[in-house]
Design a protein around this ligand. Structure first.
Ligand SMILES: [Zn+2]
Length: 162
């Protein structure tokens, strides 16, 4: 099935997903937070991708699934990038953290570039799950994941002399 169609989340039996909407903020920030001390770039990318898979197993909701919410998709992306830069700035190994964020976003990036509704880890042969939940809980888990990642980042921040 080709992606790209915009369907109403409220339409019975519809699949929320389109080719272009992502939930950038939790994936970017979690990828960055988990790899703040990782010195091997490829390992950081791998950890980021793994965190993407784990987050997708937690039922969640993409704000862009609200019909016509292109603005939300941009807000999500901008917020994700801003918070990621904060995490990278706090990281003892900023480069590792940046690569982790890249790994966290990689499956979604692949999906958007390929114009697919599901990313390569969700398509055969892997067929990994992407679990969804309606608001408010689906949005609450997105926020919880982001806050958890930020808390992790604060805990792991590099030592600062005062
Ligand atoms: Zn998702």
């Amino acid at each position: 099935m080709s992606g790209g169609q915009l369907r109403s989340p409220r339409h019975p039996g519809s699949i929320h997903r389109t080719a272009n909407d992502v939930d950038a903020t939790p994936h970017l920030v979690m990828g960055a937070a988990l790899t703040m001390r990782v010195r091997k770039p490829l390992l950081a990318v791998g950890i980021g991708m793994l965190s993407h898979v784990v987050l997708d197993m937690i039922p969640h909701y993409h704000l862009a699934w609200i019909m016509g919410a292109r603005g939300f998709a941009l807000v999500d992306l901008a917020l994700g990038i801003c918070l990621t830069l904060v995490v990278v700035a706090l990281a003892p190994v900023p480069w590792g953290s940046l690569m982790g964020a890249f790994g966290g976003a990689l499956p979604a990036l692949e999906r958007v570039i390929a114009g697919q509704r599901y990313d390569f880890l969700e398509r055969p042969p892997f067929g990994l799950p992407h679990l969804e939940a309606e608001p408010p809980w689906g949005v609450a888990t997105e926020i919880a994941a982001t806050v958890t990642a930020l808390a992790l980042a604060v805990r792991q921040r590099k030592y600062r002399r005062t």
